[in-house]
Every structure is written in structure tokens, then in C-alpha cells.
Design a binder for this molecule. Structure first.
Ligand SMILES: *[C@@H]1O[C@H](CO)[C@@H](O)[C@H](O)[C@H]1NC(C)=O
Length: 295
């Protein structure tokens, strides 16, 4: 039957609205880790951004902007103590909670000048993005390899077989800056302090190496905050959301179709009843009904 469907265009509108709504919900999933602080307020805080979903990992500059948007910077590692603290954070996240696995982390060490990559000077050209003058380094064997690699990650490949320099865990590697990785940010009151110290150090170049790092060597009492890892697609609930939201338009469509169908059946029945009640001048509708029922 070629009835014009009364619900046609509103249904399309409705469908469009549903799709738009679902899309805006999905795009609102912003990147938000949680800062974890150790010790008192003179110590920096850290944020580990780990993405289980490979497609959400980011390039170096994007990671840097991500940290700076929140008033911090990509992680600078200024002492072995600080390195060990981050290792411990990552270990704890690997073992428990949301459970992170393979995926390297950008840290705030890089070589900005592309031209000056010649020879043996290269390793000395790496600088901390937050202005720290710390000379602490924790390169993996044979790193940095320089060349086209100018941005540094902390290895985190717990399930990979160890290489020549041992497991690919926590030591540093330079990588191409547009590669996609997780990242770690550093925030805190020391940002200001560090700047002052840095400026002072710049004024007296001989003091540079002794820029103090009263860093969280003693991390005995971490505040009772839980590390929040950015894993939008990690848990069960986010996965459910991904499944449920796209099906909403479909469900609505089915509902509307069902409603239209019911309405038409009711309408038909009504028309038929009217025909029986008042059968004298057969309207075209009634005629159609009679023909229908006689067939
Ligand atoms: C890691 O976990 C251990 C044991 O729960 C805890 O003592 C330690 O402080 C944690 N390390 C960090 C950096 O949170």
C-alpha cells in the first residue's frame, strides 16, 4: 500500500538529532588525568596519561600542550630519586587498579634545533622543556641515537623481551617527535622556584651543576589519592557506553516505526467501524475497505 507516511520527515529529524547528540557525547571525552602528589606542598605533583586505545596516543608537541594547558609541563627527571619515584608509580599502576601495559611515555626532554645534529655533540643538545638545567640522564644502551629522533620517551614495554641493554623499562630512548605515545606531566610549586634557581644559575654559569633538587627522595607518605589513568576505553563501563550510545538511534527508529504501524492499524479499524455505522453514502475509504475485506 502506498500510503504517505505521516511520520516520515519528523522521523528523519528525530534520527538526525539522536545522531548529533550521540556524537557530541562521544567528542566530549576529554583528556583528564589526575595529579598525584607526594610529600608536602614543596614537592611537585605528577600526572600519568596512559591510553589503552592506541589511536588516542599523541605526538610530543601535543603531549607538551596537554601538560601546559593545566599549568604544568612534560616531566623533567632531575635525579635518580625522581626517576625511581616515577618507576614506582608506573609499577603500581601496572600491577593494580586499571592496569597499564605496553606503551612508552613522553618525557620533557628534547633537541629543538633540527640542523645541529652532527656527530658526537648530539647527546649534549638534549634539553628539558621546563627549563630545568639538570644533567641527570638515564638513557638505554646506545641511546640517544639522534638523527631524525629528537624527542625522548621513557620506555614502558613490560611484556617485551629484554634487548641488549636489558628490559625496555623506564630507561630513555629518543624517538621521532611525531610518533604517538602516552605522556607524563609534572606540576607544582617548584615550577616557580625552579625558574628562580634557573635564572640564578644562568647568571653564574659555574653554579649550574649544583642547582639543588630537593626532590621526593623520601616518598614515604604519599597522599591518599588514587592515580587516575586516562583509559577512556579501558573499563567495562566505557565499553558499554560505546555500545549503548550508537544503538539509541536504532532503538528510537524501531519505536517510531512500531508507533506508526499501530497508529495506522487503529486508524484502519476506526474507518471500518465508521463504515458499518454509517453505510449509506459509501465514501471512497469505505469502498476501499469493502473491497479489501471482500478479497
Ligand atoms: C606503590 O605501592 C606501594 C605498596 O602499596 C607503596 O608503598 C608505594 O608508596 C607506592 N608507590 C607510589 C609511588 O605510589
Amino acid at each position: 500500500m502506498l500510503l504517505s507516511r505521516p511520520g516520515g520527515s519528523p522521523r528523519l529529524l528525530l534520527l538526525g538529532a539522536c545522531l548529533l547528540w550521540a556524537q557530541s557525547c562521544l567528542s566530549q571525552q576529554v583528556l583528564s588525568g589526575q595529579k598525584i602528589c607526594y610529600g608536602d606542598s614543596t614537592h611537585p605533583c605528577y600526572m600519568i596519561a596512559y591510553f589503552q586505545d592506541l589511536s588516542r596516543r599523541v605526538g610530543f608537541q601535543e603531549a607538551r600542550q596537554g601538560c601546559e594547558m593545566e599549568g604544568g609541563g612534560l616531566l623533567s627527571l632531575e635525579s635518580e630519586g625522581e626517576q625511581k619515584l616515577i618507576e614506582s608509580m608506573l609499577q603500581n599502576l601496572t600491577k593494580s587498579g586499571p592496569g597499564i601495559s605496553d606503551g612508552d611515555f613522553w618525557i620533557g626532554l628534547w633537541r629543538s634545533g633540527e640542523g645541529q645534529t652532527t656527530s658526537s655533540a648530539c647527546p649534549d643538545l638534549y634539553k628539558w622543556t621546563d627549563g630545568s638545567s639538570s644533567l641527570y640522564r638515564n638513557w638505554y644502551t646506545d641511546e640517544p641515537s639522534c638523527g631524525s629522533e629528537a624527542c625522548v620517551v621513557m620506555y614502558h614495554q613490560p611484556s617485551a623481551n629484554p634487548g641488549l641493554g636489558g628490559p625496555y623499562l623506564y630507561q630513555w630512548n629518543d624517538d621521532r617527535c611525531n610518533m604517538k605515545h602516552n605522556f607524563i606531566c609534572k606540576y607544582g610549586p617548584e615550577d616557580i622556584l625552579e625558574k628562580e634557581l634557573g635564572d640564578r644559575a644562568d647568571a653564574h654559569h659555574d653554579v649550574q651543576a649544583t642547582v639543588p633538587t630537593k626532590k621526593p627522595h623520601d616518598t614515604s607518605k604519599p597522599e591518599d589519592r588514587f592515580p587516575v589513568v586516562v583509559t577512556e576505553t579501558g573499563g567495562l563501563i566505557p565499553n558499554l557506553i560505546y555500545v549503548v550510545i550508537p544503538t539509541i538511534p536504532l532503538l528510537l527508529l524501531i519505536l517510531v516505526a512500531f508507533g506508526t504501524c499501530c497508529f495506522q492499524m487503529l486508524h484502519k479499524r476506526e474507518a471500518r467501524r465508521n463504515c458499518f455505522n454509517d453505510s449509506s453514502p459509501l465514501s471512497s475509504e469505505c469502498l476501499a475497505e469493502h473491497l479489501d475485506s471482500n478479497l
